[in-house]
Structures are given as structure tokens and as C-alpha cells.
Design a protein around this ligand. Structure first.
Ligand SMILES: [Zn+2]
Length: 121
């Protein structure tokens, strides 16, 4: 079990499915099903469950463009990002100012950043 910051605890289990237990907005526990993560994108599972911690409900409509469609989008869906509407809903729940452009501010890079071989600084 790893504790990330003071408000989110992430752990794993074997079987039974991944889930989130939100204790309050932005706080809670995410449990990742090891076996499920071998079929579905582990990163998508993780960000989907964190979406619940941030206040988003499930939306099982099969649309891979939506993070909260979860497993309904199938094992081929690896999109780990929230849609602009999903991100805007989290902003609204947390009282942040609306984003100025669709999708702006949604992190789409990689982490950790790719190593820059030979870089000299
Ligand atoms: Zn869910």
C-alpha cells in the first residue's frame, strides 16, 4: 500500500474489481484489482478511480473518449484522460474558475518525462 500525500491512499487487491471509496471530495481510497489491470489499461483504471475521488460518477456508455465510461469502453480503450466536460465538472466541484479553452489544462504529457540522453545543462 502506498500513501500519496495525506488524502489519497492507493492499494491493490487480487480479484473483485477496482474501486474507489471517497470519504469526502478529493479524499479517499483507491483499490486496483491486479487481475483487472492485466486486461484493461492500468493507467486508465487508476485515473478512472481517481476520477471518483474527485467527484465524478460512473458513466458506462461505452465511449472511450470519456474517462468515466470505465470498463464499458472495452479492453482496447486505453485513454487515461478526462474529457473536457469531465475536467470542467471537477473544476466546478472544487470551485476553480472555468477553463478558457476546451481541454486546456488537462495534462496530456508523460510522467516521468522521457530521459534526455546526452543533454547538457
Ligand atoms: Zn467507476
Amino acid at each position: 500500500m502506498a500513501q500519496c500525500g495525506s488524502n489519497l491512499v492507493i492499494s491493490y487487491t487480487y480479484g473483485g474489481g477496482s474501486y474507489a471509496q471517497r470519504t469526502s471530495l478529493g479524499n479517499g481510497r483507491v483499490v486496483i484489482d491486479y487481475y483487472q489491470a492485466q486486461q484493461y489499461s492500468p493507467l486508465r483504471i487508476m485515473t478512472h478511480e481517481i476520477g471518483h475521488i474527485l467527484g465524478l460518477p460512473d458513466n458506462y456508455n461505452g465511449n472511450c473518449a470519456l474517462l468515466m465510461s470505465g470498463g464499458s469502453a472495452g479492453t482496447s480503450c486505453t485513454n487515461p484522460y478526462p474529457s473536457a466536460a469531465e475536467a470542467a465538472r471537477v473544476d466546478q466541484l472544487f470551485g476553480f474558475a472555468p477553463r478558457s479553452a476546451t481541454g486546456a489544462g488537462v495534462f496530456t504529457g508523460s510522467w516521468p518525462a522521457p530521459a534526455t540522453v546526452g543533454a547538457q545543462h
